[in-house]
Design a protein around this ligand. Sequence first.
Ligand code: ZN
Length: 214
Amino acid sequence: MEIKLKNKVYNPQRVFCIGRNYADHIKEMKSETPKSPVIFLKPNTCLVEKDIQIPFPSSGKDLHHEVEIVYLIGKEGKPVSLDDAKSFISGVSLGLDLTLRDVQNILKDKGQPWELSKAFDYSAPLGDFMPVENIVIHNIAFTCIVNNEIRQQGNSSDMIFSIENLIMAISSVWKLLEGDLIFTGTPSGVASLMKGDRITIQSPSIGSFSWEIL
Ligand code: ZN
């Protein structure tokens, strides 16, 4: 998937995702608060543009929505300090970290990796990007709406690890590349999606993006 922002085209090769980054979501999942960011990856083939119909995955039964703020990295770097981190961001959007919760629970019980539950085709729907300079990144309000019902409401100010902290943590292991995406975790309210559902994620400062589950 290509991302266009301010006359530039980005071709994301990597999708970094953060787990357990909002206290209310940790509580609803009965998980422990991490001492350092929980990081996993999805292949870039998971990315889905807005207004696309998403087939219900055949490899699980309980498909959950997780609305997340997504950052686009604009330049290479390694390692990045906390003070420099913001200069590596070029854009901000919203995305969905679609999760097969039934599959994830089995994997968690077995202590196995999460890819089968989170890195399947169509698992990363992604909205359009706003230039970072247009956004107050520590006060981004966002919601997830399914069939006109508000399911999730969050604000970037509630993140346990700020985007600067996440960039520092990721870049201490992986050299940042232009076009990298960072999904920054979800607030509480994650719930099931059914075939036929229409899901919308929106933020006053970013925009509104929708998909239909087939
Ligand atoms: Zn997530």
